[in-house]
Design a protein around this ligand. Structure first.
Ligand code: ZN
Length: 547
C-alpha cells in the first residue's frame, strides 16, 4: 500500500491534503513523506509509527529517549551516518538500533559485523533521526559538564578570570541548558558564589556552582548578548538574543533583577518547533478530546485555554488548530513568540519595539478576511474587547488567559472590561490545564501509603480509600528523577444556553460550576487523581503541580 493511501486509511490525512502534496511533489520532486511533513499535514513521527506498525517493528520516540554512552561509543559516528541508523542501546553484546527505513539491510549487516550478534531493530522518525544523531555524537565528543567543571576549577585559582574564559563558560552553560531540555536557566548570585539552576519539566534543579569572581563577567556577557545596558545594575532590565546551536536557532529571553548579592538573571529558552502533536496524544482522555474536537470545529465564538506559564497552553491550542480544516479556512495568528510553525496558517509575531502587539494585530486581521483568529494571550482590555467583537461578528477566536481554573476566566474577562452580555453571547468553551510529569516506565514501582499520609499531603478525599500508588525509583533513563515526559491534567467548561443566561445575569461562579458539573464537566483535580490511580503520574506530583 502506498504511503498516501495508508495515511488516509488511518485517518491522519485527507484526500484534499494528499492532492495538494502530490501537486507539490510534481513541482519539487521531493519525497511525499517529507512534503507532507513540511506542509504540516502529518508529523514525521506519525509516518514512522505507521511504517513501524506495517513492518511489525516497535517505534521509539527519540525526543523522549536518552541514548546511553556505551551504545554511541560502540559505533563510530560516520558509520552510523552513512548506513542511516542510530545506536539506541548496547546490552549483553546485543546492539539495538533505530532506522528510518524498515528495510535498511545495510545497517543490520554493519551492526552484525561490529558486534558479532544480530541487531535489534526499532523504527525512528526521519526528522528526529538526524537531530538525535547530531546531538548524541556532539555531546559524546564535547562533554559540556566536564568542560564547565574545568573552567570553574581554573577560575578558583585566579583573581579575575579572562573575558574569553567567561564568554566560553556562559555559552557552555546555555548549551547545557539546551542539552538537558531546560526551559529556563537561573543565575542566582549568593554571598560567596553564583548558583545555577535549570528548570526542567517544570521543576528547578541545582546544576552548577560558579566562583563569585565570575559573577560580574557572566552578567555583563549576557547583557551584551541581549543588547542591554552594562552600566545599569540597580534597575531591572529585560531583553532577548538569538542563540544558534547544532543547526537550531533558539530565542533567549533575558530578565535581570537586582538583589542584595547582585543581579539575578533568568534566561528563558524558546525554540520554534515544526512538529505539532495530535490532540489525542496530549493526555486529555477520549471524552475530553472529543469535546475539544467538537468545539474547535465550530464556526464562531471564543475558546480560551487557561493556566499558568509553562502549563502547555500553546501546545494544546496548536494541536487543536491542526485539526481545523486549514485548507478550507483562513487562519491568522499573532504570537509572542511563534512557538510552533504551521505552513497552512498565516502566523505573525509580536514586535513591541515596532508597535505590533496583540491588539493591533487583532484589529488588522479583521481586514484580512479571516475565519479563525489566534491571539496569543488576552492580557489587556483592548485585546479582550477585540476578541469579543471578532467572535460576535462570526469568527472563531482562540486565545489563552492566566487563571487557575476554567470558571475563573469569566470574572477575569469581566475585570478586563468585557460587557456581560457580549461575554455571554461570545464565550464557547474554556479549557484549564496543567502539565504533570509522567512516571518513568523503566523504574516505576507500586508503593504503599500509611494512614494519614494523604491527609498530610492535603489530598483528604483519598484518605482511607486509597492505600497504594506509584513512584519512580530513578534510573539512567530518567536521569534519576523517576519521571519521563509529561501529560495534561485538564478540565473543559462548555458554555450552554442556561450558563449564558447565568453569565449575563451575573450569576455566582458556584451556580455556573454546578451547572457545568451537571453537564458532565470533570474537574482538573479529578482528572489528575485518575491519572495517579492509573500509575501515569504520582500523587506527589499532583500536590506539587495542582496543590
Ligand atoms: Zn527511570
Amino acid at each position: 500500500m502506498r504511503l498516501g493511501d495508508l495515511l488516509i486509511q488511518k485517518g491522519i490525512l485527507n484526500e484534499q491534503q494528499l492532492r495538494i502534496a502530490l501537486q507539490e511533489q510534481n513541482i519539487t520532486g521531493n519525497l511525499l513523506g517529507s512534503i507532507l511533513v513540511t506542509l504540516g499535514f502529518v508529523a514525521s513521527r506519525e509516518i514512522a509509527a505507521i511504517l513501524a506498525q506495517q513492518s511489525n517493528l516497535e517505534f521509539i520516540d527519540l525526543t523522549e529517549y536518552v541514548i546511553p554512552e556505551e551504545a554511541l561509543r560502540a559505533v563510530p559516528r560516520d558509520v552510523a551516518e552513512r548506513a542511516e541508523f542510530i545506536p539506541l542501546q548496547y546490552e549483553n553484546g546485543v546492539m539495538s538500533i533505530g532506522v528510518t527505513n524498515p528495510t535498511n539491510i545495510r545497517a543490520v549487516d554493519i551492526v552484525t559485523q561490529l558486534t558479532g550478534m544480530p541487531a535489534k531493530i526499532f523504527m525512528v522518525d526521519t526528522e528526529g533521526f538526524y537531530q538525535a544523531l547530531e546531538r548524541a555524537y556532539y555531546f559524546l565528543e564535547n562533554p559540556i559538564p566536564k568542560k564547565i567543571e574545568g573552567i570553574v576549577n581554573e577560575a578558583r585559582n585566579v583573581v579575575e578570570p579572562q573575558g574569553n574564559t567567561i564568554a566560553e563558560l556562559t555559552d557552555l552553560l546555555i548549551m547545557d541548558g539546551i542539552r538537558r531540555h531546560a526551559t529556563d536557566i537561573h543565575f542566582r548570585p549568593m554571598e560567596n558564589s553564583v548558583h545555577i539552576f535549570f528548570r526542567i519539566d517544570g521543576v528547578m534543579s541545582h546544576i552548577y556552582c560558579v566562583p563569585k569572581n565570575m559573577q560580574n563577567g557572566i552578567i555583563s556577557r549576557i547583557k551584551i548578548m541581549a543588547q542591554l545596558n552594562i552600566a545599569e545594575t540597580r534597575l531591572p532590565q529585560d531583553g532577548s538574543f538569538p542563540f544558534e546551536f547544532l543547526s537550531s536557532i533558539y530565542d533567549m529571553r533575558v530578565s535581570l533583577v537586582p538583589t542584595i548579592f547582585g543581579e539575578n538573571v533568568v534566561i528563558r529558552i524558546l525554540h520554534a518547533s515544526s512538529s505539532v502533536l495530535r490532540l489525542n496524544t496530549l493526555g486529555f482522555d477520549e471524552h475530553d478530546t472529543r469535546i475539544l474536537r467538537t468545539q474547535f470545529a465550530k464556526p464562531y465564538g471564543i475558546i480560551l485555554i487557561t493556566g499558568p506559564t509553562g502549563s502547555g497552553k500553546t501546545t494544546t491550542l496548536y494541536s487543536a488548530l491542526r485539526e481545523i480544516d486549514l485548507l478550507g479556512k483562513n487562519v491568522m495568528t499573532v504570537e509572542d513568540p511563534v512557538e510552533y510553525r504551521l505552513s497552512m496558517v498565516r502566523q505573525t509575531q509580536v514586535n513591541i519595539k515596532a508597535g505590533y502587539d496583540f491588539a493591533l494585530a487583532g484589529r488588522n486581521f479583521m481586514r484580512q478576511d479571516p475565519d479563525v483568529i489566534l491571539l496569543g494571550e488576552i492580557r489587556d482590555e483592548e485585546t479582550a474587547a477585540i476578541s469579543v467583537r471578532a467572535a460576535i461578528t462570526g469568527h472563531l477566536v482562540l486565545s489563552t488567559l492566566h487563571t487557575n481554573d476554567a470558571i475563573t476566566a469569566i470574572p477575569r474577562l469581566v475585570d478586563l472590561g468585557v460587557d456581560k452580555f457580549m461575554l455571554a453571547s461570545s464565550i464557547r468553551a474554556i479549557v484549564a490545564q496543567r502539565l504533570l510529569r509522567k512516571l518513568c516506565p523503566y523504574c516505576k514501582t507500586q508503593c504503599e501509603y500509611p494512614p494519614g499520609a494523604f491527609r498530610d499531603m492535603e489530598l483528604p478525599e483519598l484518605e482511607g480509600i486509597v492505600m497504594a500508588g506509584y513512584r519512580g525509583r530513578g534510573c539512567t533513563a530518567c536521569n534519576y528523577s523517576g519521571y519521563l515526559g509529561r501529560t495534561v491534567a485538564g478540565e473543559i467548561l462548555v458554555v450552554d444556553d442556561p450558563m449564558r443566561e447565568m453569565i449575563y445575569q451575573g450569576g455566582s461562579l458556584q451556580m455556573i460550576r454546578e451547572r457545568a458539573i451537571n453537564n458532565g464537566m470533570r474537574l482538573m483535580r479529578e482528572d489528575a487523581l485518575e491519572k495517579a490511580a492509573a500509575g501515569i503520574t504520582s500523587y506527589e506530583e499532583i500536590v506539587r503541580v495542582i496543590g
